[in-house]
Design a protein around this ligand. Structure first.
Ligand SMILES: Nc1nc2c(c(=O)[nH]1)N[C@@H](CN(C=O)c1ccc(C(=O)N[C@@H](CCC(=O)O)C(=O)O)cc1)CN2
Length: 288
């Protein structure tokens, strides 16, 4: 068996076209949706991701508002940037790029975001609303994964899904999304304390791996025909001394799986597209 590839790049491009049309309608009504970013420090990965977010904005007609702070920025300076975006009417939604440099509190930064402008859906109020099943901006990576599975018609209703990784940006909210009545999957959340990971992954219809452990999921760990989603993204340095990103799925899985969302090319582009969707939805909400 060779897996059908869940092409996140093509799907994200289609979603961006849909959003472009919705942004045009908003602009006709005199509203220019705006995405803000708070970027602290000089991590090349974070700079590349933020630059990508603003390129996406330009593509679909969303205005960009950037707050770039130096690596030695204080907590007060970060909180000042957040307070300014909270007050800026041109900003419909914004994100604080994670991780923040050591010594800065991500928790305090996220809690200061106006929940109504939380484009990442990571504010405690919005995570709480997700638990309660109330409308809220959804965290971009989990939303992107569900959207990708849905658009490729991977059966979710009644499916046994194993999510590996219990982080607040992916694993935990993903479990909440997949167990809503609309998705109706049964979710097992595995993590570093799980005793027999293979026993779980082998009986799953869908394995979503967000462990940050390169090559952790090997071909012998999945049921033939299962769907596999690689969320892992770890920077490794090769024998040539060059850095590259690698996922959590080992080579060979594509020969056993029925569907594969590979890294690169699947979850990352969908995450970016969902950020735009969250901003457009916030602007549409204001228009009423
Ligand atoms: N505030 C946030 N911080 C971070 C998030 C987030 O969603 N919100 N996620 C990651 C970084 N990230 C977006 O910010 C992100 C990571 C990777 C990709 C991506 O497209 N990856 C490519 C592969 C890598 C590459 O080619 O450069 C892929 O998967 O195809 C997009 C966004 C941590 N911080």
């Amino acid at each position: 068996m060779t897996a059908s590839i869940l092409d996140g790049k093509a799907t994200a491009a289609a979603i961006k076209d849909e959003l472009k049309a919705r942004v045009a309608v908003l602009r006709e009504q005199g509203v220019v949706p705006g995405l803000g970013t708070v970027l602290v420090g000089d991590d090349p990965g974070s700079h590349a991701y933020v630059a990508g977010k603003h390129r996406d904005c330009a593509e679909v007609g969303i205005a960009s508002l950037r707050k770039d702070l130096p690596a030695d920025a204080t907590q007060d300076q970060v909180e000042q940037a957040i307070t300014e975006l909270n007050a800026d009417p041109a900003c419909h939604g914004y994100i604080v790029q994670l991780p923040l440099p050591k010594g800065l509190s991500e928790q305090r930064a996220l809690e200061l975001i106006d929940p109504g402008k939380d484009a990442d859906g990571l504010h405690p109020v919005n995570l709480g609303r997700l638990v309660l099943g109330y409308p809220a901006p959804l965290p971009c990576t989990p939303r992107g994964i569900v959207e990708l599975l849905r658009r490729y018609e991977v059966p979710l209703n009644g499916a046994e899904v194993v999510v590996v990784g219990r982080g607040t940006t992916v694993g935990r909210p993903l479990g909440l999304l997949l167990t809503r009545r609309t998705e109706n999957a049964t979710v097992t959340l595995c993590h570093t304390g799980t005793k027999d990971l293979v026993a779980h992954t082998r009986r799953a219809d869908i394995v979503i791996i967000a462990a940050g452990n390169p090559g952790l999921l090997t071909a012998d760990m999945i049921r033939p025909g299962a769907a596999v989603v690689d969320v892992g993204i770890t920077r490794v340095v090769g024998a040539d001394g060059k850095g590259r990103y690698t996922g959590d799925v080992a080579p060979g899985v594509a020969e056993v799986a029925g569907w594969l969302a590979p890294m690169p090319g699947a979850v990352g582009p969908m995450t970016r597209a969902m950020l735009l969707a969250n901003v457009v939805e916030r602007a549409e909400h204001l228009v009423g």
